[in-house]
Design a protein around this ligand. Structure first.
Ligand code: NDP
Length: 285
């Protein structure tokens, strides 16, 4: 039997529509959610990401302010712009597109963003909240992974979950969010010895290694849920994930494709965080 393909594009549209409805409700109360997007330098990939974020804002009725700064912007200048955006009552979310030019210390920039406006969830305050289970934003890609699983009707509570990858931006937060949903979580990494065996025991497997074919058919239990975060290019230059999709889908119960799985979820969750930030800043539950 072949797996159900999880349609990340369709789910991301649902989430954007929810964010849009909430933004429209806020507008009725005279509050306009606003995201400030800061781009430094002329990295072409970053420009594409920033444009996609602006388009999503437009779709979701969220105002976007764009700050496109030259490559030679100093760290001081960038930090003082963030100060201004932190202080502005009209700005609810601040997003500084990474990577930054080498002469700017990214960690200083991340620390400067007010945690209430840190819709990317990179500030240590919000990162800490993922571990303590407190209030705060959830990081966009990991939160998108959880939404894909839940909205496909798959239960996380009580399930054996395996996360392959332990980066700060994907693997670790995904593991924490799965645990918050009462999953029993194992994290695998390059030092893991019996990964195939661990995976074969899993009901849910999230793969985030950036390595093609990290997860193969022989590692997957029949009916398991497989979420592929990876973005790679194969020998033919085609976009692909970390999972051997064509073979794994023969045994999995649910599987995300690449492209069209986790990818579109990241921006959708960013939109959701912008609305949440606006509500929090206006004392609205
Ligand atoms: P990193 O390179 O920071 O981390 C990769 C992790 O995978 C590391 O923990 C590494 O282990 C582990 N790993 C690598 N190879 C193996 C292996 N063969 N077996 C077991 N573990 C392994 O990557 P990111 O977490 O930043 O990203 C992962 C993938 O997700 C990339 O393809 C990236 O492009 C994609 N991505 C997609 C996003 C989206 O929106 N869809 C957003 C962010 C990332 P160790 O720690 O031991 O080195």
């Amino acid at each position: 039997m072949s797996a159900t393909i999880i349609d990340g594009k369709a789910i991301s549209v649902d989430i954007k529509n929810e964010a849009k409805n909430e933004a429209l409700e806020l507008k009725k109360r005279g509050i306009e959610p606003c995201l400030a997007v800061v781009l430094v330098g002329d990295n072409s990939a970053s420009r594409v990401y920033v444009n996609n974020k602006k388009k999503a804002c437009e779709y979701c009725e969220i105002k976007s302010l764009s700050y496109e700064l030259p490559e030679d912007t100093t760290e001081e200048e960038l930090l003082s712009l963030i100060d201004e955006l932190n202080a502005s009552d009209n700005v609810n979310g601040i997003l500084v597109q990474l990577p930054l030019p080498k002469h700017i210390d990214e960690s200083k920039v991340i620390l400067k963003i007010s945690p209430e406006k840190d819709v990317d969830c990179f500030h240590p305050y919000n990162v800490g909240a993922i571990f303590t289970g407190g209030e705060g934003f959830k990081p966009c890609t990991p939160a998108g992974v959880i939404e894909l699983i839940k909205r496909s009707g798959c239960e996380i509570a009580g399930k054996n979950c395996v996360v392959i990858g332990r980066s700060n931006i994907v693997g670790k937060p995904v593991a924490m969010l799965l645990m918050a949903e009462n999953g029993t979580v194992t994290i695998c990494h390059s030092g893991t010895k019996n990964m195939s065996e661990i995976c074969r025991n899993a009901d849910i497997i999230v793969v985030a290694t950036g390595k093609i074919n990290t997860l193969t058919k022989d590692m997957v239990k029949e009916g398991a849920v497989v979420i592929d975060v990876g973005i790679n290019r194969n020998d033919e230059g085609k976009l692909c994930g970390d999972v051997d999709f064509f073979n794994v889908k023969e045994v999995a119960g649910f599987i995300t494709p690449v492209p069209g799985g986790v990818g579109p979820m990241t921006i959708a969750m960013l939109m959701k965080n912008c609305v949440t930030a606006t509500k929090m800043q206006n004392g609205i539950k």
